[in-house]
Each structure stands twice: as structure tokens, then as C-alpha cells.
Design a protein around this ligand. Structure first.
Ligand SMILES: Nc1ncnc2c1ncn2[C@@H]1O[C@H](COP(=O)(O)OP(=O)(O)OP(=O)(O)O)[C@@H](O)[C@H]1O
Ligand SMILES: [Mg+2]
Length: 315
């Protein structure tokens, strides 16, 4: 029977160093996660939380001090399973003397992609990451963002069952970030499971269906975004062309945003008297204003959780 979980860990722990040089505090402390198949999982945490350590353990690049993990139902050192994983490390460094094509060709050989399919597949992934015009250019002349795109291309080369990305958005311009989100969503559509860490919370919120927050080696919380982000106040959406009304209401709002299409989003505290009045205005009745429950943003949730964890540690 196929394992229902794409990644599962039991008390997975890592303390770096040896013998008397061993660090006193583990970098990863008894991590227990079970990520179901079919998800885009966002792994969050401040600098030094242990995200890259977890990824290295899952990729069998380092060994755990305690506990164990399965990836696609197998231990991380299973060679056949490694061929089903696409991996982008946190600071990819590729040989500067190879061209994009030569580098991807080596990756394709290592991944045992048949020689008859290699050229087509390499051109496909270069097209996906919008780097086709640089096929013959040497990697040494690429910018940080271009290297990141090549890193993503090699990660999806083998049409992986699981894609593990460590800070994939680093170095990408806003356009590149949107393109990456599109690539990740496309991967999910074709059945790929995605596990990635990032500090760009707004992008994580847009992309992921599940998240986990790690702090000082310990998991603070894990779940779907809809489970974790609590309802907070009431959202008022105002269609474009009603600026005067929005400006009148914003005085009492907790937050107020004018969106690029000219519409407005205002958040009010729950049971604010103004909401009752608005429900009966001609604008609301004509559908220019809609009232709905507002969710906490991932950014607010993240900082709230980290603050609570900091206070608990110091008390
Ligand atoms: N090779 C190593 N030797 C000793 N300590 C290490 C090593 N790699 C990581 N650490 C320590 O382990 C802890 C977790 O580091 P890790 O790189 O996993 O964090 P991270 O969550 O990926 O951080 P960032 O967001 O900055 O990438 C840190 O305290 C770091 O100093
Ligand atoms: Mg890291």
C-alpha cells in the first residue's frame, strides 16, 4: 500500500558537532511531522530555526542524532527514491565554466534520463524557467536570480514526485517570484508534492495549502492555512468608483487598502456598529459593497506565534 504521507518524521533531531565539541542545544529537536500527499507545504521559521537542517536530513545529506524520517514512504538514504525527488539547495553553486545546457545535461545523465529524451526535456525546463535564450551562456556570467532559475530547472528536470526547495524565492525579482509561484502550482497540478521554506510570507500564503512554523529547532504549529489563520474582524470589499464612501469609512477601520484595480478592502472589528448601517445602504443593496469574515494574515500569525514562543522561553 502506498504511504499516505509524502514526508513523515518521528522525533527527528540533530545536534551538530562531535564528542566535547558537540553543541549543547540541538539544531532540530524531536520534529514530528506527517505531510499528506497532494500538498504544497510551506516550512517557516526565523533565521537559524533549523529549516535547512531538516531539509538536509530529509535529503540524506546529514544523519540525524536521534529519530527517523521517511520520504515518499522510504528512508532518506533509499537510492531509488532519490530519483523521484527534485531538490533546490539554499545556496546553489554550480560550475561557472559550464553552459546552462551542459550543466543540465550532466544533471539529466545523473538522473538517468534516457539520452533520446534529454535534449527535449532540457529545452522544456529552460522554457519553463524563462531561460531558453541563455542555453549556451556560461553559468559564471549569470546573476543570482538567473542561477536560481537554473537551480529550479534542474530540480524539475526529472518530473519529480516530490519537490524540495530551500528558499526558492531568494534572488528573484517580483516578476520572477510570480513565475516561480506559477511553476510550483503547475507542478502540483501534475501531481508533484512540494515542500519548501521561505521568508517571504505573503508568497507562502498565496502558494501553500499547509504550513509549519519552526522556532529554535521545535515545531510551534502545523496545519492547513484555513485551520491556523483565525477569523479576525469583518472585511468590507468596495468596488471601484466608490472612493468617497471608502474614505468616509476608513476612519473607523482597522486597516484599509486600495487595490490596483481601484477597489477597496477595509477591515473592521467584529460587531462594529458601522457594519449594521452599511448593510442597508443603496451601495450594499446594489452589490457595490460586500461584507465577509476577515482572516488574520500569515504575517500577523507568524509574528504572534514567534512572540509567544519568545516569551515562553524567557519566562
Ligand atoms: N554545519 C553546521 N555546524 C554547526 N552548526 C550548524 C551547522 N549548520 C547549521 N548549524 C546551526 O544549526 C541551527 C539551524 O541552522 P539552519 O541552517 O538549519 O537554520 P535555518 O532555519 O535554515 O536558517 P535560515 O533561515 O537562516 O536559512 C543554527 O543555530 C546554525 O548555527
Ligand atoms: Mg536555511
Amino acid at each position: 500500500m502506498q504511504d499516505d504521507y509524502v514526508i513523515k518524521t518521528e522525533d527527528l533531531s540533530k545536534t551538530y558537532g562531535w564528542f566535547i565539541w558537540k553543541k549543547k542545544i540541538p539544531s532540530l529537536d524531536k520534529l514530528n511531522i506527517a505531510i499528506p500527499r497532494g500538498s504544497i507545504f510551506g516550512f517557516l521559521g526565523p533565521n537559524g530555526a533549523g529549516k535547512t537542517t531538516t531539509i538536509r536530513l530529509l535529503m540524506d545529506l546529514i544523519k540525524p542524532s536521534e529519530g527517523c524520517a521517511t520520504v515518499l514512504g522510504m528512508p532518506p538514504d533509499d537510492v531509488k527514491t532519490k530519483h523521484k525527488i527534485g531538490f533546490l539547495p539554499d545556496a546553489p553553486a554550480f560550475s561557472p565554466y559550464l553552459s546552462a545546457y551542459e550543466f543540465l545535461n550532466i544533471c539529466a545523465k545523473l538522473l538517468k534520463i534516457p539520452s533520446s529524451e534529454r535534449k527535449k526535456r532540457i529545452n522544456e525546463v529552460l522554457e519553463t524557467v524563462k531561460m531558453s535564450e541563455h542555453v549556451k551562456s556560461k553559468l559564471g556570467g549569470f546573476s543570482r536570480g538567473m542561477i536560481q532559475r537554473i537551480g529550479i530547472a534542474q530540480a524539475i528536470l526529472n518530473k519529480p514526485e516530490l519537490l524540495i526547495l530551500d528558499e526558492p524565492l531568494v534572488g528573484l525579482d517580483p516578476h520572477g517570484r510570480l513565475e516561480l509561484m506559477e511553476i510550483v502550482r503547475d507542478q502540483k497540478k501534475r501531481g508533484t508534492n512540494v515542500f519548501f521554506c521561505s521568508h517571504i510570507l505573503a508568497d507562502v500564503e498565496r502558494m501553500c495549502d499547509r504550513i509549519g512554523i519552526l522556532y529554535k529547532g521545535k515545531m510551534l504549529c502545523i496545519g492547513t492555512l484555513s485551520e491556523l489563520l483565525s477569523e479576525k474582524g469583518t472585511r468590507l470589499s468596495i468596488k471601484p468608483g466608490h472612493d468617497n464612501m471608502a474614505k468616509e469609512l476608513m476612519v473607523e477601520a482597522l486597516s484599509c487598502n486600495k487595490l490596483p484595480d481601484g477597489s477597496w478592502e477595509l477591515v473592521f472589528p467584529e460587531n462594529n456598529a458601522i457594519l449594521e448601517k452599511i448593510r442597508n445602504t443603496k451601495e450594499a443593496l446594489a452589490g457595490a459593497i460586500t461584507v465577509s469574515a476577515s482572516k488574520e494574515s500569515l504575517e500577523d500569525f507568524f509574528f504572534r506565534k514567534i512572540e509567544i514562543a519568545k516569551k515562553e522561553k524567557s519566562s
